[in-house]
Design a protein around this ligand. Sequence first.
Ligand SMILES: [Zn+2]
Length: 242
Amino acid sequence: MLFHFKSVKNRSQFKEKGEKMMKEHVLVILPHPDDESYGVAGLIALNRKKEVPVTYACATLGEMGRNMGDPFFANRETLPLLRKQELINACKAMDINDLRMLGLRDKTLEFEDDEYLADIMEEIIDDVKPSLIVTFYPGHGVHPDHDACGEAVIRALYRKKKEDRPRTLCMAITRNREEVLGEADVVLDIKEVADIKMNALRAHRTQTEGMLRELEEKLKNNEPVMATWFEEEVYWTYQWND
Ligand SMILES: [Zn+2]
């Protein structure tokens, strides 16, 4: 999946915002193994460096994915097991303390009952009691599973009184995200943990190997095409409307 990152004008300001967001327990809730490595590995690694515990709830095993490695080494039967192991390896690379595989079916989250999905998210949130939640911004996930996951998290949080909701940061990856949501209010400088993000992405071999080969070639030739992946992560604080 592709993330469109823009360049940053005022880094010091963002650094300060980034510092403020470090709280005592981070809960990341996303639907697919590799969503966390593309989008949140920097935030996770920076928090782990400060010994803030991180729980990652991954809704599916991405078992319906079409990438079978480049060159192929997976097939429809082996993909779920491979992706499960890749997820575990990526979590090790990011030093995630607590990985929860929710066992939902890939590419079907949008068809699940809304309240049922929210119940699952609520149970995790109440158990972890996070100070910070990271998920997809509903309507800005591009993939239906991304939107359904973000919606379920937000629905679960709306069940709580406003003052009891943890800070909620969302990834938005639609092209019109800034037109609709405004500029990202959190831009995290992740350069100091870029190697950890690269290792997390590498762990998802079936999904990333071919892409990373091209990326490393481009980096070697000083083409700045995707270098921002390893420089910053951008998030939108969820805007409650109650
Ligand atoms: Zn995904």
